[in-house]
Design a protein around this ligand. Structure first.
Ligand code: FES
Length: 335
């Protein structure tokens, strides 16, 4: 859902792309293999779009996640903000955690094979790798399902696929560890095989997670490609900005939300950092605005993200009233 006023990457980026393209041999561009490659890369995307049954399954999972947080009440809201990354990091928590199980499981499976073939590594090394990875995976699963709660459309189908594959991978690791403990010293190839399949599944699941972020923009900062005014620009007569209302203005190409609080005008970027929601259509309570799309809350005075799913703060504006005219500029550079 793009914001109607959202500015694209900018002419500087387009110029850069044009410069790069100018150096490419046009004969190479026109080969037939390139369009065929693109079609192949879209097959999975097209297949997922045909799986209408996934809507019901994804909705059921999202409802279950919502029910768990709802049952937890106020502590649940705090936990959710922690797992989004809004409170502790100001950055999504899920990608910060996911490397831990992947690394520990990879080390564990490698230790399994090296130990079994060469006897240079004790068999417990693989067990420890798996156990550490499972503990870390609990955090990855909790943060992942929390992020999944606010997905929709095609990203929701990718999210469900990612969740199912990664959850299955984690369960295989748990079963592998259980088999090791039951077997004691008489280790067999079964737990090693289970862990190997679990690790391969985790690599496959990571592809879907990466696609969610890099191709579909899930949980990325939706202001990453927005330009804003570095110097003061006029946005309208001061008399237009009455107390108690929110105003959408064009701040040098960047949609901005201005509101007068106790006589002073404050401004932040209007495009919600979470998924691009129009903040000026949200609800204002005092100096807090709530995004109309997924309910993230931001402080109007400084843009701070107070609750998720947004994790990044909104860029704030310096606002000046001069000769009856309101002028704004970014209070710090965006890029
Ligand atoms: S767009 Fe999701 S909370 Fe604003």
């Amino acid at each position: 859902m793009p914001h109607p006023g959202l500015q694209p990457t900018g002419t500087a980026h387009q110029q850069k792309k044009g410069d790069l393209m100018a150096g490419i041999d046009p004969g190479r561009e026109a080969t037939e293999s390139q369009p065929q490659r693109r079609l192949r890369s879209h097959r999975l995307d097209d297949w997922l779009r045909r799986q209408d049954w996934m809507e019901g399954a994804a909705g059921a999972v999202q409802s279950a996640v919502g029910a768990v947080y709802g049952a937890l009440g106020a502590p649940g809201r705090g936990l959710k903000n922690l797992l989004y990354g809004t409170k502790a990091l100001g950055h999504p928590l899920h990608p910060t955690i996911t490397d831990l199980p992947m690394g520990a499981w990879t080390a564990g499976v490698v230790a399994d094979y090296v130990g079994r073939v060469t006897h240079l590594v004790p068999p417990q090394a693989g067990d420890i790798g798996l156990a550490v990875g499972i503990v870390a995976a609990l955090g990855a699963v909790a943060t992942g399902y929390t992020d999944f709660y606010n997905t929709y459309g095609q990203e929701r189908r990718y999210g469900l696929t990612h969740a199912v594959v990664m959850t299955t991978s984690t369960l295989l690791m748990v079963v592998s560890l259980g088999v090791r403990w039951l077997a004691g010293e008489e280790g067999s190839w079964l737990p090693i095989g289970l862990a190997t399949v679990g690790l391969l599944l985790a690599f496959g699941g990571a592809y879907f997670g990466g696609h969610l972020t890099f191709a579909l923009g899930t949980m990325v900062n939706h202001l990453a490609f927005v330009e804003g005014p570095k110097d003061y620009v006029e946005v309208g007569p001061a008399a237009d900005f009455g107390e108690g209302t929110m105003h959408l203005v064009d701040a040098g190409g960047m949609p901005a939300l201005l509101a007068r609080l106790d006589g002073r005008i404050y401004g932040i970027a209007d495009v919600c950092s979470h998924a691009g929601g129009p903040l000026h259509e949200g609800k204002r309570e005092g100096d807090v605005v709530t995004c109309p799309w997924h309910g993230s809350r931001f402080c109007l005075r400084n843009g701070r993200a107070l609750s998720g799913p947004a994790t990044f703060d909104q860029p704030a504006l310096d606002v000046r009233e001069q000769d009856g005219i309101v002028k704004v500029k970014l209070n710090r550079p965006l890029h």
